[in-house]
Design a protein around this ligand. Structure first.
Ligand SMILES: [Cu+2]
Ligand SMILES: [Zn+2]
Length: 179
């Protein structure tokens, strides 16, 4: 075997180890942007997502958010724009609804049997920074591909009452995750 062929084989096996589904733990980091009626605004940081034995871990490094708890979900489309279905317009509406591959049609929070995209709420400190990781035990990095991660203005009571979708209201920051 020539050196060049040996080299090519070594490169091919290294690529196989990194291929999705090869058992290599996925670990991705993507930027998060402020969103508004005009569309996508400034970058406010990034979120790292990786699989652990307890589920998907999302590690935020974000700044400039309102302090407190915020609804935090995987939405179905990788689009943070303002154009929603039925000609509706508003921040982040292009991302569609909560990721719901099982058709649960119910907002039940991270421990419930509703939307799979229902994450534990995001905690923002008094200085506007979010640095506290959350674990979503029903999700993997694979579930994020081709979708959006959304942060809402208000908190999340993990129910559809008294307001739908946890009551978090307006969408204030968003990330898209490529396929
Ligand atoms: Cu949401
Ligand atoms: Zn939901």
């Amino acid at each position: 075997m020539t050196g060049a062929i040996k080299h090519a084989l070594a490169a091919a096996s290294a690529a196989a180890l990194l291929a999705p589904g090869a058992g290599f733990a996925a670990d991705i980091t993507f930027p998060v942007f402020r969103i508004g009626d005009q569309g996508v605004g400034e970058k406010i940081g990034a979120v790292r997502a990786f699989d652990t034995k307890n589920g998907l871990r999302l590690a935020p490094r974000l700044a400039g958010l309102p302090p407190g708890e915020h609804g935090f979900h995987v939405h179905e489309k990788a689009d943070c724009g303002p154009a929603g279905a039925n000609n509706q317009r508003g921040p982040g509406l292009a991302a569609g609804g909560h990721y719901d591959p099982e058709g649960a049609k119910q907002h039940a929070g991270p421990k419930g049997r509703g939307h799979k995209g229902d994450l534990p709420s995001l905690t923002v400190a008094a200085d506007g920074a979010a640095r506290t990781s959350v674990i979503a035990d029903r999700l993997k990095v694979e579930d994020l591909r081709g979708r959006a991660l959304m942060i809402h203005a208000g908190g999340d009571n993990y129910a559809d009452q008294p307001q739908p979708l946890g009551g978090g209201g307006a969408r204030i920051a968003c990330a898209t995750i490529p396929r």
